[in-house]
Structures are given as C-alpha cells and as structure tokens.
Design a protein around this ligand. Structure first.
Ligand code: SF4
Length: 338
C-alpha cells in the first residue's frame, strides 16, 4: 500500500480526513461530476481554507462533510473520516447527533441561516440541544457568547428577532450559535462574502480569536485569497471539482506548484502592485462537469499544457513534506515556466 500523500495526511493528528471522495448530481441533462477524487486532511486545532473560482466544488465539499446535500446528490466513492469514523457509512441518527454538537456550520447568508420568526434567544437555546443544563443556564451561556462576539447589550438584545440586527451583527450571532456548543470542527461556507470589507476583517479576526480560545478546527471555504492567507494554516485549491493543490499557507502563497494556483494568485487584486484599469482574469471558463473527463481538468485554460495533458490525468506529486499538486510538469521534474 502506498503511504498517505500530503493531501491525505498532515503532520499531527487529522481530525477530518477526506479520502478519494467522488460525488455526482443527477440532472435532466446528465450526471454532473461535482467532486472527483477529493482528498485532504484537517489537523486538530488548525484552520484549512478551500479556495477556487465559483463552480469549483468548494461549497459542495463543505455541505458533503455536513451531510446537508440535495436529494439528487450521490456520493459514488471515497470516505470522510471524522474523529476516526466514516461519516458516509454512519447510521443517519448517529450522524445527526454530531451536528450542532461535534460539528457545526456557519452559512454564507446570515439572514437565511436564522429563523426570521423566532427570537435569537429561542434559537440559541435550541442550538444547545445536546448541552447539559437548564433553560436558564443555556440562556446565560447564550448571553455570554453574544457578548463575546461583540453584540452590545446582549441581555436585552437576545430577545430580538433577526430582522432587528444588521448583516454584520447577524453573522456575529451565527458565529456565536455555531461556537456556543464548542464543536471539534466548524465548517464555514464563505461566511464573509455577504459583508463589506470592514466587517469582513472584523469577522475574520473574531473567528481567529474564538478558534484559538476554543481550540477547534475550521474548514473555511472562501474565494477571497487575502482572507484565507490571514486566517488559515493550510489551503486546498479546488478547480472543477478536484483538489489540484494542497499545502501550508506559506507554501501555497510563496511557492505555488500548480499552474492554476499561480493563475489565481496573479488575479488576486491584493497582490497586484502596478496601476491598472483592468484587473487580470484567467482566460476561458470552468469546463462542464457532465460526462467523462480525460486528461488534466485545467488543460483548456493552462498556458503550459502539452500533449500528455490531454490524454493522461495528472497524478499527485509531493512538493516537500506538506505540499502536493496534480500537474505533469512536476512529474517531469521540469522547472515551471514563468
Ligand atoms: Fe497545465 Fe498540463 Fe499541468 Fe494540467 S497537467 S496544469 S494542463 S501543465
């Protein structure tokens, strides 16, 4: 048996290990292969970011870990090991028992994540379903958590409804609810996308602080590279349903091994130093995920593509101990062209 690759194993103990995950959506136009052979690890106490363009499968992966997929989704292969147990083969009741307990989630849109016709108090008490203590104790814990995330006058505001709070405040409430149960793993699906830049910085700092305090791991989905660099310890780069590169933040941002990672970084407005009227983009579009795939998934948009890329799917190549990428250029030990 081959030893686990850097995409599958990270130093220390992995709280979450996703191995060879395949997932399809059945649609009237055919089967959409939304995730293909996805492998990555989330070590205990670390933050792992998932980046990529829209349609790369980032959110699908997050929802698969949480077991919150649409009815037309079908996992066709692989495993998701959480604390050593495969979530995909666990009885439904046991898996449900992990949600809002060992596993919790922050969604992209705080308005739709909260129930608009119930008070924050009721929702935060319900969120502690598995926690010990009376209703009064749970309310006190909720007030304390609201204070912790910066809600002013939480003692009285806890009785309010979601529409009485601003977007930033609602996302703070969602973070408070998700972390109230002190989960082992928090899955955050683009939690700052609906917020303006100032609020985004505040929310990222808050998440960082609370993650350290609680000691949980975070799987952080984002298309914002600056936020990922700020918050995460490791990064998985996804393209068209595949993880094309995985490594520490430092390696991915300073020594990217995959042409797609390099192209993403070149398009990041935060890294562009020259004055320009037009922001760069990666030419072309994400390919259709319907039907069989051959060769490298990125070849239509890759400026380094060569004959082999059309016929053979690149294997995973380690770049040092904690970084790996899927590209034939690494196999050939060629220096990546600029
Ligand atoms: Fe580009 Fe070929 Fe590498 Fe794919 S395998 S990223 S097409 S060079």
């Amino acid at each position: 048996m081959r030893p686990p690759s850097p995409m599958q194993q990270t130093p220390g103990s992995d709280l979450l290990q996703i191995r060879g995950l395949d997932l399809d959506f059945g649609t009237p136009r055919g089967r959409v292969h939304a995730l293909r052979n996805v492998s990555l690890g989330v070590p205990a106490g670390e933050v792992v970011g998932i980046v990529g363009e829209s349609g790369s499968g980032k959110s699908t992966l997050a929802y698969t870990v949480m077991g919150l997929l649409a009815e037309n989704a079908e996992v066709t292969g692989g495993e998701i090991l959480f604390e050593g147990r495969d979530l995909l083969r666990m009885p439904a009741a046991a898996r449900r028992g992990l949600l809002g307990n060992r596993l919790s989630m922050i969604f992209q849109d705080p308005m739709t994540a909260l129930n608009p016709v119930r008070t924050i108090e009721g929702q935060m008490i319900d969120a502690q379903h598995y926690a010990p203590g009376s209703r009064r104790e749970k309310r006190e814990r909720a007030v304390e958590m609201l204070r912790r995330v910066g809600i002013p006058d939480p003692q009285s505001r806890i009785g309010g409804y979601p529409h009485e709070f601003s977007g930033g405040m609602r996302q703070r409430i969602c973070i408070a609810m998700a972390l109230l149960v002190k989960p082992a793993l928090l899955v955050a699906d683009e939690p700052t996308t609906a917020l303006d830049a100032t609020l985004e910085v505040q929310i990222v700092n808050l998440l960082k602080e609370l993650q350290k305090e609680i000691g949980c791991s975070i799987l952080f989905v984002s298309h914002h590279l600056g936020t990922v660099a700020e918050l995460c310890d490791r990064v998985a780069v996804m393209y068209a349903g595949e993880v094309v590169e995985y490594g520490t933040v430092r390696n991915i941002f300073q020594n990217p091994g995959h042409p797609y990672t390099r192209a993403l970084l070149e398009c990041d407005p935060g890294r562009i130093r020259q004055k320009t009227k037009l922001l760069p983009t990666i030419p072309g579009e994400v390919p259709s995920l319907i039907g069989a795939r051959h060769g490298c998934i990125f070849r239509q948009r890759c400026r380094h593509a060569f004959a082999r890329c059309a016929s053979e799917r690149p294997a995973e190549h380690a770049i040092g101990a904690a970084q790996a990428a899927r590209c034939h250029l690494l196999d050939q030990a060629r220096v990546m062209p600029a």
